[in-house]
Design a protein around this ligand. Structure first.
Ligand SMILES: [Zn+2]
Length: 582
């Protein structure tokens, strides 16, 4: 931030009169919803003044980084350099982005308190929702209004004073696309955006002629639906396709597509630069060093390269080496291994559990990847359209069974504030089931259980109690072995044990049915036999379907109607199958 502007008469003599915070300055232009292919298809002479590459957004589909190809998640990535599993802006309605992953505004302001920062955003939520805490860092800003209003503010900033960083968001291609889809009006909006770009490039070039160095980056938050272009939000190749344009020669992360990416989905789209590359590129150009905690998921496209195209699959990290140097591997900010030059894959010898932030460093450049190994401990229905999931690390998720996704803001830690009386036992939960609209039971690792009053939303007085022949007749001998419970139809509940056996309990008779325990095998539970000792949670979805969750991050769908595992299972628990459950 800067003190009040110098007099314009003085500034007219020279743009560089003041002691500048940064030798290298940046103009970042975001054009909302501008489809990459429409740049080349229209008359865009000002884009022709720049280097242009295809790129991608939406995270890596079916992994924890998958995010909606919408404006909120897209701009959050453009301004933080991380995906939704870190910035935590899953939708356009989201509030503040996760402050553990600072914005460009904050990186620049914290590097130099005198940095001159401007941000003009036709789409207001960038300032009013996701980065509202960063507004105080801006010397000049605006939100809302028209593209020309904000263009003129950006031009006024570039034509006077000593700006170090200017962000401008233009909205017209997206707005026209939503109302009229692809067509002549959309094409005109692209050409209009190009004309605005031309004025901005002229202003930057004038500053460069007076001795300043300016990196211009132009990008978009998301593509558009296939063929017609009316909408966006999903994981299709055109919606995931974005572009990055720049006035400077960048390194090969920008200029050299990986033609053989580890993940070949979407016609090899992941071989292009990621939307997460923009922030580290700008910081590298401005000379702002970052560290292992930054968590950027891409190497910068300017300056030294770190590992490129870092990929994680089947517990193995693979990458392209940007230079022939050692790679230092960090887990949760601790250096754990140094790999010789030339090595381009690594597997953690230690089993992964909970949340682990990995970072691979070459030449001082850190590229991060978060691995979350989900160990569900329990799941149960609720009296509305929600189900709850609990993990061994004491977090829980509220899952909307109609929208079939995790509600925004989850997971959060189980506390006595959100689950009165359960918080103290959160790490001991091993199984749970929804008995009826009055009661949920939780079974603990020490052989005790809790009765939760659904109506008053708290654990009943006097709990936990011991599982014995008064409380759960027939179950006491197995109380320490319970690993999952499944509320079945009528009065039946199944208890699954860690040794691969199970019991059936009759809630009406209030005792274990005779003849149990039995082995879980392909006669008693067709399709489940191979996973009998891997069940960590079970959930009744409705009267025809249940789910079993396994200790290895996979799940099975069980047909109550046909009494067998459905074909095609197990599948991985990921953002495609259980959105947000990780
Ligand atoms: Zn849009």
């Amino acid at each position: 931030m800067k003190l009040p502007v110098l007099s314009s008469a003085l500034l007219a003599l020279s743009f560089t009169a003041s002691a500048d915070a940064f030798e290298n300055k940046v103009l970042l232009i975001g054009i909302d919803g501008l489809q990459y292919e429409k740049i080349g298809a229209n008359n865009t002479p000002n884009f022709d003044r720049l280097y242009l590459t295809q790129a991608y957004t939406g995270g890596i589909a079916k992994t924890q980084t998958q995010q909606k190809t919408k404006s909120g998640p897209g701009w959050a990535t453009i301004l933080t350099g991380v995906w939704v599993n870190k910035h935590q802006v899953p939708s356009n309605d989201s509030g503040l982005a996760n402050k553990a992953y600072p914005s460009l505004y904050r990186y620049i302001a914290e590097h130099d308190a005198n940095a001159d920062i401007s941000s003009f955003s036709t789409w207001g939520p960038i300032h009013t929702q996701f980065f509202s805490d960063d507004v105080a860092l801006m010397d000049r800003r605006s939100e809302g209004g028209s593209d020309d209003d904000n263009l003129n503010k950006a031009l006024a900033t570039l034509n006077s004073g000593s700006p170090d960083f200017v962000f401008l968001h233009l909205d017209e291609p997206d707005a026209v696309g939503h109302s009229l889809c692809f067509g002549s009006a959309y094409n005109k909006s692209v050409e209009d955006a190009d004309k605005r770009l031309g004025k901005l490039l002229d202003a930057v070039e004038a500053r460069e002629q007076s001795g300043e160095n300016w990196l211009v980056m132009v990008t978009t938050d998301h593509g558009r639906t296939p063929v017609v272009g009316c909408h966006h939000g999903e994981q299709t190749e055109p919606e995931k396709t974005i572009f990055i344009a720049t006035n400077k020669v960048l390194n090969k992360e920008f200029s050299s597509k990986d033609v053989n990416p580890a993940n070949t989905d979407f016609s090899g789209l992941y071989g292009y630069p990621a939307q997460t590359a923009i922030v580290p590129t700008i910081l590298s150009y401005m000379g702002i060093e970052t560290n292992v905690q930054a968590g950027f998921e891409s190497t910068p496209m300017y300056g030294d390269l770190g590992v490129r195209k870092l990929n994680y699959g089947n517990k193995l990290f693979t990458w392209l080496n940007g230079a022939n140097v050692q790679t230092r591997v960090y887990r949760n900010d601790q250096l754990i291994e140094t790999l010789p030059a030339g090595v381009a894959q690594w597997q953690d010898p230690q089993p992964v559990s909970g949340i682990n932030n990995y970072s691979f460093e070459q030449q001082g450049v850190h590229v991060g990847y978060r691995v979350t190994e989900l160990k569900l401990s329990a799941a149960h229905q609720w009296h509305n359209t929600k189900s709850y999931f609990f993990s061994e690390d004491a977090r829980y998720w509220r899952y909307d069974t109609v929208l079939d996704k995790t509600d925004d803001g989850y997971p959060v830690s189980v506390t006595n504030g959100n689950w009165p009386g359960l918080g103290d036992y959160a790490e001991q939960i091993r199984a749970s089931f929804y008995k009826d609209s009055g009661t949920v039971y939780y079974f603990l690792s020490d052989g005790q259980y809790l009765s939760y009053d659904v109506q008053s939303d708290k654990v009943r007085a006097g709990y936990p109690k011991t599982i014995d022949n008064n409380t759960w007749p027939g179950l006491a001998a197995y109380a320490n072995k319970i690993t999952a419970t499944l509320r079945w139809t009528s009065d039946k509940v199944y208890f699954f044990l860690d040794d691969g056996q199970y019991l059936r309990y009759d809630l009406g008779d209030d005792r274990v049915d005779s003849g149990y325990p039995k082995a879980v095998n392909d006669n008693t539970w067709p399709g489940l036999g191979a996973y009998a000792t891997k069940i960590s949670a079970a959930l009744k979805w409705n009267d025809t379907r249940a789910y079993f969750f396994l200790t290895d991050g996979r799940y099975l769908r069980y047909s109550i109607t046909f009494d067998k595992v459905d074909a095609g299972y197990p599948k991985a628990i990921d953002n495609g199958t259980w959105p947000g459950l990780q």
